[in-house]
Design a protein around this ligand. Structure first.
Ligand SMILES: [Zn+2]
Length: 155
């Protein structure tokens, strides 16, 4: 069993493992916990076109036969709502028994944002975790500069 700060640390580490490889997407990490706070799966977004962190972690949990135990989703970025090269993470989360979602950074991309509202509307407890903001912001920094209206990244 791990506490929330530890879960966020692990989610950040899972995202940071792929930092620099995910352009034009941000590096994102996700940890799935059961109701007792035990880790079921953790994953980062590996590269553009690959599953987002939430979908990757859920797929891992499915592969391990523990997806039915998913209770809490801990993710460094607000789950997305848009259909890109992969499906919306909100849909992936809503296809699990998850009851709680904790995220660190709101999605800065207007096309993909609104995930927190959508999940809350579906009856999940959605909360923002702001204690890791500087590190979560660093994870997102190369991505935030590519959001329309901002200067293009030099990467
Ligand atoms: Zn997503």
């Amino acid at each position: 069993m791990i506490d929330l700060p530890t879960a966020f640390r692990r989610a950040l580490d899972a995202g940071l493992a792929h930092e620099g490889a995910t352009a034009p997407n941000p590096a994102v990490g996700c940890v799935l916990l059961d109701a007792a706070g035990d880790v079921l799966a953790e994953a980062g977004h590996a590269r553009a076109g690959a599953p987002h962190a939430e979908a990757a972690a859920i797929a891992l949990a499915r592969g391990r036969g523990v997806a039915h135990r998913i209770h809490t989703v801990v993710v460094t970025l607000e789950p997305c709502t848009h259909q890109g090269r992969t499906g919306p993470c909100c849909d992936a989360i809503l296809a699990t028994p998850a009851r709680e979602v904790w995220y660190a950074m709101p999605d800065p991309n207007p096309v993909a944002s609104g995930g927190a509202l959508r999940l809350a509307a579906a009856g999940l407890q959605v909360r923002r975790w702001d204690r890791l903001l500087p590190e979560a912001a660093r994870l997102l920094a190369p991505f935030a500069t590519r959001v329309p209206g901002a200067a293009p990244s030099s990467q």
